[in-house]
Design a protein around this ligand. Structure first.
Ligand SMILES: Cc1cc2nc3c(=O)[nH]c(=O)nc-3n(C[C@H](O)[C@H](O)[C@H](O)COP(=O)(O)O)c2cc1C
Length: 184
């Protein structure tokens, strides 16, 4: 098992910033920051490890609140918080950026795009996300990621696991790709 002592050894031995993936609580994000790591990836590995673990966006939101409470400033130039797990749309990505994420990772959407349609499927997935993010920016009235901030997100329903949100942006932007030849 990798421990914090190992992480310190890696940090001391490395000339490149160490970014710790799989961080699942606010305290560990702050610990990584205080240890001088380059950043963390808040991730529950796509929810594939432990049922009912907190979602990554919840941990990110908790971290932001915790840092405020502790009087800690998140300096993106020194410490990057990346996040992945369950992000499926442009608005999902923008929400994480509003909360201070330096980047958002997507795993299965690209895996499924690739498995279904190959490279054109992955390119299409990127294009859908780009369109959705541009729409979000227009609707929020911002031109760049730097203009995003926490005031754009309503976290009051984040803990409500049964909330059902319609996926209107997906319905609006998604154009089915033609079936591969062998399905016809
Ligand atoms: C098939 C598969 C294998 C994965 N293997 C690993 C792994 O070996 N190590 C790891 O840290 N994360 C692994 N992950 C998790 C991804 O790195 C990433 O955190 C996750 O897919 C992001 O969530 P999303 O798929 O909901 O976008 C795996 C994910 C999938 C779908």
């Amino acid at each position: 098992m990798v421990t914090w002592d190992d992480i310190i050894k890696f940090r001391n031995a490395s000339h490149v910033p160490i970014v710790l993936k799989g961080v699942q609580c606010k305290e560990d994000v702050v610990k990584a920051m205080k240890l001088g790591l380059g950043g963390v990836v808040i991730s529950n590995h796509g929810g594939r490890q432990l049922d009912y673990a907190q979602s990554s966006i919840e941990v990110l939101a908790d971290t932001v609140k915790y840092c405020h409470e502790q009087g800690l400033t998140l300096d993106k130039s020194k410490f990057s918080i990346f996040v992945d797990g369950g992000f499926r749309s442009g608005s999902d990505i923008v929400k994480a950026l509003c909360l201070g994420a330096s980047g958002v990772g997507l795993g299965r959407p690209f895996l499924y795009s690739m498995a279904s349609y190959g490279q054109p499927g992955v390119e299409k997935a990127i294009q859908i996300l780009k369109t959705e993010i541009e729409e979000e920016f227009k609707l929020l009235g911002v031109c760049s990621v730097d203009e995003l901030n926490e005031s754009f997100v309503d976290l009051s329903l984040l803990k409500l696991k049964t909330a059902s949100v319609s996926y209107s942006e997906f319905d609006r932007n998604y154009v089915p790709l033609p079936q591969p030849q062998f399905y016809r």
